[in-house]
Design a binder for this molecule. Structure first.
Ligand code: GAL
Length: 687
């Protein structure tokens, strides 16, 4: 990093990247010259990158050991001749039919023991030695052939890794993984509390993965199985990368993450092995007109993507340029630009789509693509994509710049798994761990305050405020980091359902929030779960926290707590716990720990975080009041700030920008003090 700017993803390409998944092998036979048309149309759309070869194994290796690279040579040469780059994929997301026929053991086995038939994608066993070897061979061949090709930008390893397999080999690997973790069966039995229902194991061979028709009552087993699957998948990925790196050491390597976020892959474990993080994101933009939280939920994911490599810019590897699977509602005007620039605002140095052309057959033939079945560039979608390309081509100065966040919200995959498995939270509330994290993040997003979304064990020293919603599972590093953070002057916010179990899902004995009891200065006596129709009043103690309203409402969950050393900022105003503490603050070392014992309405979080931000000296990236639905993000190189102002509402919004020294990034003209933003408008400023 020079100043506050990272190197571009590939040093030789100091530009914003704009592109799409490109599947030329689907168009080898018709119509004539379609690859030439592709190149010409990519020029119009100002596309400088494509992802290629993602599901091309059957074309690259049509029969075992017989390889055909002629078509790929031609496409790579065409890309280079047209000044374009390739994220070249390893094709392991789907395998050729000959492989499944000859080596059925490469296919996954379901929970009930039945082996899958050939088909779909991500249907391979990550333990299978045959699959690993076949992957190694094809990856090596690709790297050997293309490592110094002028079109090669970087490596796209497989596609959206996910899923598990229950074959005997995977079970054996799981048992080995458990031996590595627990060493003795005794330690495992204690860690999983297996005296319960006579579940203790007397031999490692008795341990099976959790299944719907078998073991499903050991919480520790569930979390460990998911951890094992992540480690196994990461190991598979590392083998893929090693094969590529035998020949290609100077090009960046990524694998595309996905989901909002995808719940069962802990991406922190993958990111350390990658040069750059990339993410495929398909938010439900069709619902944006009714619900601007689609915008903040998307921001939440980008704030993970950026944090995964300590703030390094990431790649938006796939997004839809029009429709997706969920609702076939076409994107309304401005949404394409807004959604693309939102990624850039949060730290992406690319905007890429799935996919370049709509295929003529199979299950994605009506999925949105840049080029429709008409083959024309005269479509709304194409024009909108071209306009994104036009704007990106003017944003090279933003490449490598950073988003500086003084606030972190903890979202922890393992905590998510542990909560999902816990009996005691209502179903809705369980699903609501993610929503709980998002709601705290959203309160900052609305104010234009940047946030990193981090793992519970990530370092936190660089932040002023750390919010840990429902951190039910407390792992050793998190305990140390959070205690030290407050001791050293930080502001920590914890909530109901915090500090209840250790990393094996065993409850802390001696009172919740367990190892955070001293820093929070409270003792949690019991958790009260509310029915959907219920609410509980929260009365604010205005002598302690004057800027909040007199009263708010709590829903879903209220913990019944006692203060030990903390001050009471609000108390419950109804229910059998009326008069007991609901919101507390504990001074600890040089910092403070706030504890919110209830799930509050959004207005509470908005007002609470306004107060906390001022107290901790955290500011919005823009000095003006942002109307509902409008937010701002900043990227900076330490000298210049690039401000993105985004209207996620379907209504025109008036923003009193004042005279903040902002200049329009594209025209270079000073901005008006009062700005009228159209529905879904995005504006770019520099100062
Ligand atoms: C992604 C996947 C693409 C395509 C897309 C459709 O998850 O990587 O290959 O299937 O979904 O939305």
């Amino acid at each position: 990093m020079t100043n506050k700017r990272y190197e571009p993803i590939n040093k030789a390409v100091p530009h914003m990247l704009h592109g799409a998944d490109y599947n030329p092998e689907q168009w080898m036979h018709r119509p004539e010259n379609i690859w030439d048309e592709d190149m010409a149309m990519m020029d119009i759309a100002k596309m400088n990158v494509v992802s290629i070869g993602i599901f091309s194994w059957s074309t690259l290796e049509p029969s075992e050991g017989v390889f055909d690279f002629e078509w790929l040579d031609k496409v790579m040469d065409m890309l280079a001749a047209n000044g374009r780059y390739a994220m070249l994929a390893t094709p392991t997301g789907a395998r050729p039919a000959w492989m499944s026929a000859k080596y059925p053991e490469v296919l996954r086995v379901r929970e009930d023991g039945l082996r899958n038939g050939h088909g779909v994608r991500h249907n391979h066993c990550a333990s299978s030695p045959v699959y690993r070897e076949k992957a190694r061979i094809i990856n090596k061949k690709l790297a050997e052939r293309y490592h110094d090709h002028p079109a090669l930008l970087g490596w796209h390893i497989s596609n959206e890794y996910y899923g598990d397999c229950h074959c005997d080999l995977c079970k054996e690997n799981f048992r080995d993984w458990l031996k590595g973790k627990y060493d003795t069966l005794d330690a495992l039995n204690q860690g999983w509390w297996t005296k319960f229902w006579s579940h203790d194991y007397s031999d490692w061979s008795q341990i099976d993965p959790p299944t719907f028709h078998g073991e499903s009552s050991i919480d520790g087993l569930e979390v460990d199985w998911k951890r094992f699957i992540v480690d196994l998948t990461v190991d598979f990925m590392k083998n893929e990368i090693a094969a590529v790196k035998e020949f290609s050491t100077d090009k960046p390597v990524t694998t595309n993450f996905h989901g909002m976020p995808y719940p069962t892959m802990n991406y922190w474990k993958f990111a350390v092995h990658l040069d750059v993080v990339s993410w495929d994101l398909y938010p439900d933009w069709a619902k944006l007109s009714e619900d601007s939280t689609v915008g903040s939920d998307t921001a939440f994911v980008y704030d993970i993507a950026r944090a995964l490599k300590g703030g390094r810019p990431f790649m938006l590897m796939e997004s839809t340029p029009s429709t997706c699977w969920v609702v076939h509602k076409q994107q309304r005007p401005n949404i394409q630009m807004l959604s693309s620039m939102q990624a850039v605002a949060h730290g992406s140095d690319t905007v890429q789509y799935f996919q370049w052309r709509k295929g003529l057959g199979c299950c994605e033939k009506f999925h949105g693509a840049v080029v429709d079945h008409s083959g024309s560039s005269e479509t709304k979608t194409f024009r909108e994509v071209a306009e994104v390309g036009n704007i990106l081509s003017q944003l090279d100065s933003v490449v490598g710049t950073v988003v500086e966040a003084e606030v972190a919200v903890i979202y922890d995959w393992e905590n998510h798994w542990a909560i999902d498995k816990t009996v005691g939270l209502q179903d809705d509330d369980k699903k609501a761990y993610l929503e709980g994290c998002r709601s705290h993040h959203r309160a900052f997003w609305k104010k234009g305050i940047p946030v990193d979304v981090i793992d519970s064990e990530a370092p936190v020293d660089q932040y002023k405020i750390v919010v840990a919603p429902m951190l039910y599972m407390l792992k050793p590093d998190a305990i140390k980091n959070l205690n030290d953070f407050v001791n050293n002057g930080g502001t920590l916010v914890t909530t109901y359902w915090t500090g209840m179990v250790d990393e094996n899902s065993l409850c802390f004995y001696g009172g919740f929030p367990g190892p955070l009891r001293e820093v929070c200065g409270i003792l949690n006596e019991e958790n009260d779960g509310l029915l959907e129709k219920d609410s509980v009043k929260i009365r604010i103690n205005k002598n302690q926290i004057s800027t909040l309203k007199d009263q708010y409402l709590a829903h879903t969950a209220c913990d019944v707590i006692h203060v030990e050393t903390a001050d009471v900022l609000a108390e419950y105003g109804s229910e059998y716990y009326e008069g007991m503490p609901a919101l507390t603050r504990n001074n600890y070392g040089d910092g403070a720990a706030y504890h919110i014992a209830f799930r509050g309405e959004p207005a509470f979080l908005d007002d609470f975080y306004s107060e906390i931000a001022v107290e901790a000296g955290v500011q919005s990236v823009i000095k003006c009041d942002l109307p509902e639905g409008v937010t701002a993000q900043r990227r900076t190189d330490g000298e210049k700030d690039y401000i993105f102002l985004m209207n996620f509402s379907p209504d025109e919004k008036v923003v009193e920008l004042g005279n903040g020294g902002l200049v329009d990034l594209l025209s270079g003209k000073p901005v008006k003090e009062t700005l009228v933003m159209k529905a879904y408008e995005v504006d770019f400023y520099v100062r």
